[in-house]
Design a protein around this ligand. Sequence first.
Ligand code: DGJ
Length: 381
Amino acid sequence: MNFNKIFFGTKLLVAGLLAISFAAHAQETVTSKAAKLTQFTPGTIWPDNKGVHINAHGGGMLYQKGTYYWFGEHKIAGGAGNRAMVGVHCYSSKDLYNWKDEGIALAVSPDTTSDIAKGCILERPKVVYNKKTKKYVMWFHLELLGQGYKAARAGLAISDKATGPYTFVKSYRPNAGFMPIYPPGTPDNEKVDCANPKNKSEGFFCRDVPGGQMARDMNVFVDDDGKAYHIFSAEENFTLDIAELNDDYTGHTGKFTRVYAGHQTEAPAIFKHNGTYYLIGSGTTGWAPNPARWFSAPSIWGPWTYHGNPCVGTGSEITFGGQSTYVLPVVGKKDAFIFMADKWTPKDAIDGRYLWLPIVFKGNDIEIDWLDKWDLSAFKK
Ligand code: DGJ
């Protein structure tokens, strides 16, 4: 028996099989990169145009001329990814399923004295377009390097192009020196009197009047009349503030209202449907999920009515493992709003998943139910 021949023959066979398997694998990778997505599969890996899981956590959307832009926190692997090591990532899409990587829209700074120094906490970026100045305006929640969640500032960056690059402008606590406004008819004894704060959250509010209100989890909403509002967790998260932005969207006017004061609410996402304002938020349990809550109001200034949890079915008591970040109106479809949530993975931040689910209107009420997969045909035209 010629052992050499058998040995080499076997080697050739193994090499051949390996080559075939590599080729098949390479084919698979190429195909999956190129494959067009036609549905949403909440909670699964969501590949971008390069086949890489989308990296835009705590995100928000901007729609312009047939294109959606998705801005979110770029996370890195491990626990370090809970801090901003890279910046804000931007993606674009025409169909909401397939996303093109547009790169880093706002980069953190290597200068450790910068407000947005690498390693700071930069969360929930939201971009709006200002028609008057023709600028793209990005607001975000900023925590200064090495200070945990103490600074609680609103950060601002601006660009001439949707995809950036954005230039950092300033960060601060909004509405220093101002008192809130109230829905008409609010009795005087329900208004904050800083000579005599009635409870914990009013105490935090009054403490922060001179230096400005804390601004953590946030969103920006542009109304039909072009007025923009910044909504954020203030008073150690005990209250949501809804605050008017100036005409170029680059600062606060001092006009604001306090919503659901005295209850800790995070992750606000606001939208308008048939003239009613809707607000979805969460409780305050760090990265762990908790029940969502929703509110509605006839005016942005309230009165805001609390309605409890909009989620229904299995997993509803923990928002299906996620936390709200944005509600996206689908352009060109009636009554079509997508609830966008993050399923955080703080031990390996980059692996965080996206839960997008359709909002169902039941009269003026809303409901969110879990779906393993769905597409835009879930909405009527
Ligand atoms: C919950 C917030 O919604 C997130 O944006 C983030 O700030 C985490 N808390 C940090 O624990």
